[in-house]
Design a protein around this ligand. Structure first.
Ligand code: HEM
Length: 117
């Protein structure tokens, strides 16, 4: 059964552009991780002001393996570099002011019907 892991990011308004820029320059390594199924960066429009980093995995184990991998570290290198040094304003820090992880099991899914010519 696939699992969905969503990293929920609280981003100050003045950091939104920076956050999106970082994702635009992301490492792109998650795509090569075993069991990876999907990624989306979701920009809030209505109902919340938090960004969602949506990921879907073949299994919990595949997600856990990616979390402890070099690919995960590489995918978060920019964020870490900022944390360590030349950050924004006092004390630096990543683009997101806070984050939390939401976990789901995929109960049902559907896509558009294909080949209907
Ligand atoms: C401390 C918490 C986290 C923060 C603040 C954070 C923030 C970020 C940022 C700013 C990027 C853009 C790349 C960069 O700046 O290096 C990124 C990449 C990414 N993040 Fe996170 N992240 C965190 C943990 C997680 C977790 C637990 C997940 C699991 C759902 C996740 C999923 C991703 C994915 C899939 C990418 C793209 C990596 C790639 O292209 O290989 N992040 N994250």
């Amino acid at each position: 059964m696939s699992v969905v892991k969503i990293n929920v990011l609280t981003v100050p308004p003045e950091m939104r552009e920076e956050l999106e820029k970082r994702f635009a320059n992301r490492a792109g390594m998650v795509e090569s991780s075993d069991g990876f199924e999907w990624f989306e960066l979701l920009r809030p429009v209505e109902g919340t002001d938090r960004y969602l980093v949506y990921t879907r995995w073949r299994s919990e184990e595949d997600y856990q393996r990616w979390l402890s991998s070099r690919a995960f570290q590489a995918g978060h290198a920019q964020a870490s570099a900022d944390r360590a040094g030349h950050g924004h304003g006092q004390g630096g820090g990543p683009a997101a002011a806070a984050s939390e992880i939401w976990s789901f099991e995929v109960v049902q899914s559907a896509g558009p019907k294909t080949g209907g010519e």
